[in-house]
Write a protein that binds this ligand. Structure first.
Ligand SMILES: Cc1cc2nc3c(=O)[nH]c(=O)nc-3n(C[C@H](O)[C@H](O)[C@H](O)COP(=O)(O)OP(=O)(O)OC[C@H]3O[C@@H](n4cnc5c(N)ncnc54)[C@H](O)[C@@H]3O)c2cc1C
Length: 432
């Protein structure tokens, strides 16, 4: 029984992989873990780059708790089981005439796994997925199954919306959905300096803005997604074009260019320059969940930090300077996204208008100097790390970045006083 994360950078050999059939079985297995002093760790799709999901003893997988439980198409409130993958949720909601207000750029995660690390997309007036949660059912080691919302067990609710898998096993999530919508996507290469000069206007004027800067070049791919009216005839990409872009250029050819860069790192700047120009402009409209999510087959490792919106340009400028000076070769684009401030205790956008900077490196290439330099740059701007992406911060530092960190730890002490759910990652970021 061996487990690895998506990037292939972490592995584990759990004593047992427990696959409960329903919430009742989740309660039983937590009860017996408490009685026997065993350590359990819930796992989703294994898409985190940090060791957040790595078990000490047993792993709990909610594959069998998947699907929509109830849906009120008038209010948009939908209850889904914790193990539901986002790629199942999108089409199911669409069939009900509903959608999530925002999503990240892949849909392989489970809903509970995505929530646990604060998964987000982009949109200066929108939030991460956790902000759409209006209720949770969570099975905790000390208190059994608890239903929580803004008015019922409010502290547990505020903590568990981005709960790091530290408070219990989420068996059900209630989501405030919106009427299904289509997006009009416009993607084109531009000069990064020109985009950054007018970035505030861009974020204001577009529902979603996403930038990919190609290191060693002055080029960025800019993606803007906006609503199209209901009656707008959807113009999805022709099949051949979608396959060429997503399957061939974004995955197969990209894999080859990354391998070439890994074999001859000095070629990286030239490869990036060609790649930045090879990606041509495109425009299409489609269902929102299809526009948000792409297929990612090329394995990489990622670190992402949230900085105050006003710190984006200085932080990115410092990073670009470092890339030029360092002599390191960076094969993957740097991604920039935006999210509005929210009130979720451990959300990276807690009470802060946020810009995200994400650095990636091909899994076969050296990343340590790059990621260290990046962390030093964003640290000076009070950067908060994505909980599921590579970072080195500990409880001491995180406590200074999150005003409600102490409250989160108090809730943890109440619901998991004997640390049934603990692992090395939680020891580091929350303390033992
Ligand atoms: C290719 C790729 C693209 C990505 N794109 C984005 C993006 O656009 N935006 C973004 O923000 N992130 C992104 N991520 C990161 C990813 O969304 C997060 O790491 C997410 O947490 C992974 O979900 P998962 O289901 O794989 O959970 P896992 O990685 O398996 O687990 C994550 C956490 O969830 C906990 N957990 C799982 N199930 C439960 C449960 N039922 N109850 C309680 N806790 C539970 C685990 O214990 C662990 O703490 C990306 C990752 C990859 C590999």
């Amino acid at each position: 029984m061996s487990w690895t994360n998506w990037a292939g950078t972490l592995s584990a050999a759990p004593d047992r992989v427990l696959t409960p059939r329903d919430a009742g079985e989740v309660e039983q297995l937590l009860e017996s873990a408490v009685q026997q002093g065993r350590r359990l760790r819930p796992v989703g799709s294994g898409h985190s780059f940090t060791d957040i999901a790595v078990p000490r003893q047993d792993q709990v997988c909610l594959d069998r708790l998947s699907g929509v439980v109830t849906a009120d198409v008038h209010t948009g409130l939908v209850r889904v089981l914790g193990g539901t993958p986002l790629h199942v949720l999108g089409p199911t909601l669409w069939a009900l005439g509903l959608a999530l207000p925002n999503l990240g750029d892949i849909d392989r995660q489970t809903i509970a796994g995505a929530l646990a690390t604060g998964t987000h997309g982009t949109g200066g007036r929108l939030h991460g997925i956790a902000a759409a949660v209006t209720g949770l059912t969570i099975v905790t080691p000390a208190r059994g199954s608890v239903r929580c919302s803004a008015t019922q067990e409010p502290d547990l609710f505020q903590a568990a919306r981005v709960g790091l898998g530290a408070l219990g096993i989420v068996t059900e999530v209630e989501l405030q959905c919106v009427p299904a919508y289509r997006l009009h996507a416009v993607e084109r290469p531009e000069r990064i300096d020109a985009v950054l000069e007018r970035i505030d206007t861009e974020v204001e004027a577009n529902r979603h803005v996403d930038l990919y800067w190609f290191p060693h070049t002055d080029r960025a791919m800019v993606k803007r997604n906006n609503l199209v009216p209901d009656d707008h005839a959807a113009r999805p990409l022709p099949r051949w074009r979608a396959r060429l872009d997503d399957d061939l250029l974004s995955n197969r050819v990209f894999e080859l260019t990354c391998r070439a860069a890994a074999a001859r790192p000095r070629l990286t700047p030239r490869i990036n320059a060609v790649a930045a120009r090879a990606l041509s402009a495109r425009e299409y409209a489609d269902r929102s969940y299809r526009v948000f999510c792409t297929q990612r087959d090329v394995r990489f490792v990622e670190s992402e930090y949230a900085v105050p919106r006003a710190a984006l340009v200085p932080a990115l400028t410092e990073l670009r300077g470092w890339v030029e000076r360092s002599g390191e070769h960076i094969a993957f684009p740097v991604e920039v996204r935006f999210i509005a401030a929210d009130d979720v205790w451990l959300s990276t956008a807690y009470q802060r208008e946020t810009a995200y900077i994400a650095v990636h490196q091909f899994h076969r290439m050296r990343r340590e100097p790059y990621f260290e330099a990046f962390e030093a740059i964003v640290a000076a701007h009070d950067g908060r790390p994505h909980w599921g992406k590579v970072h080195t911060l500990d409880a001491d530092r995180l406590g200074r970045l999150y005003p409600r960190f102490g409250d989160f730890r108090s809730v943890r002490d109440q619901v998991d006083p004997t640390r049934v759910l603990a692992n090395d990652y939680l020891d580091r970021v929350l303390g033992p």
